[in-house]
Design a protein around this ligand. Structure first.
Ligand code: MG
Length: 300
């Protein structure tokens, strides 16, 4: 099957679903649409503080409810659980990455090593009750294969990984990136097509406002196309600093999230404008995002 055909066929199903569950039949039956919620999260590395506990307490004070962990550190499970104790903060996603592109390698040993590493990450995600493990099939320089060949490999390996994720009560989350970082999976519709083809509760995807600003025609349409498969969002401005520190607007994207009834986390993955103080700027960014969310709710 040609790549374009693959995308088109897969997306027919995805679009039908995202429109279907808020369609006229439901409205006529008087059933309320699932209400979207803005659940703010941050990567641990973005937060100031001398210990993880200190970071979590600041995050909670500023209105955050999710903590995104770098990698999937099995040796930190206890530390992370202790840091969250007695707070409203939960682990959002684990930001794992590509495993050097091992999972999409043609070399059998390399691929087996990659599969084992991601399964181990899923085990950790399960123990931490995380939304999912963020997986990028390959960055530039990690694969010589064509996108069609990579599609085929993902269709081979993802059902097994998704099943492992389901058993751990978590998910594999595909992350599309801009063309400066990878030639494969640049737009949300491409990840949604793969999710749709595999159609497994242990597989989902995410969207990152920074990459979306470079690759998508419309934030809203991209999120609506991702629909039921979307389980994580990364927040960054146009210049990849904190939301509100440049001219990036989140209203259209938030409108898309509200349209699909999104209830997973929106997590800071960004730098900070030079010379500004995270203690002041992170709570300011959260208030800015809440304001943009309210504006999105005001309708079309
Ligand atoms: Mg990201």
């Amino acid at each position: 099957m040609k790549r374009r055909e693959f995308l088109q066929r897969s997306l027919v199903g995805a679009a039908a679903f995202s429109c279907g569950w808020r369609g006229p039949a439901e409205a006529a039956a008087g059933r309320p649409r699932r209400r979207a919620v803005l659940k703010l999260s941050s990567q641990e590395g973005r937060l100031p503080g001398n210990s993880l506990r200190e970071k979590v307490l600041k995050l909670e004070e500023w209105g955050g409810v999710g903590l995104e962990i770098g990698g999937a550190p099995a040796d930190r499970i206890r530390e992370i659980q202790e840091a969250l104790k007695g707070t409203r903060v939960r682990v959002s996603a684990l930001c794992w990455g590509s495993g050097n592109g091992d999972l999409v390698a043609l070399d059998r040993e390399r691929r087996a090593k990659g599969l084992a590493a991601l399964k181990q990450a899923l085990n950790v995600a399960g123990e931490l009750a995380s939304t999912g493990v963020i997986f990028v099939p390959c960055f530039h320089g990690q694969s010589d294969l064509k996108p069609e060949e990579l599609d085929k490999i993902l269709l081979d390996i993802l059902p097994e990984l998704a099943e492992h994720a389901r058993k751990c009560r978590t998910r594999v989350l595909l992350e599309p990136l801009n063309k400066g970082e990878t030639f494969y999976l640049n737009r949300l519709e491409q990840a949604a097509a793969i999710c749709q083809r595999i159609n497994h509760p242990g597989l989902g995807m995410m969207g990152d406002f920074y990459h979306m600003g470079l690759e998508e025609k419309s934030d809203r349409e991209a999120f609506v196309t991702a629909g039921r498969w979307l389980h994580h969002v990364h927040l960054a401005s146009r210049t990849r600093v904190l939301p509100g520190q440049d001219d990036r607007c989140f209203v259209e994207g938030f409108r898309g999230l509200q349209q699909i009834g999104y209830r997973d986390y929106c997590s800071l993955e960004c730098g900070i404008k030079e010379g500004t103080d995270p203690e002041v700027e992170i709570p300011k960014a959260f208030r800015f995002l809440e304001q943009q969310w309210r504006e999105a709710a005001l309708g079309d």
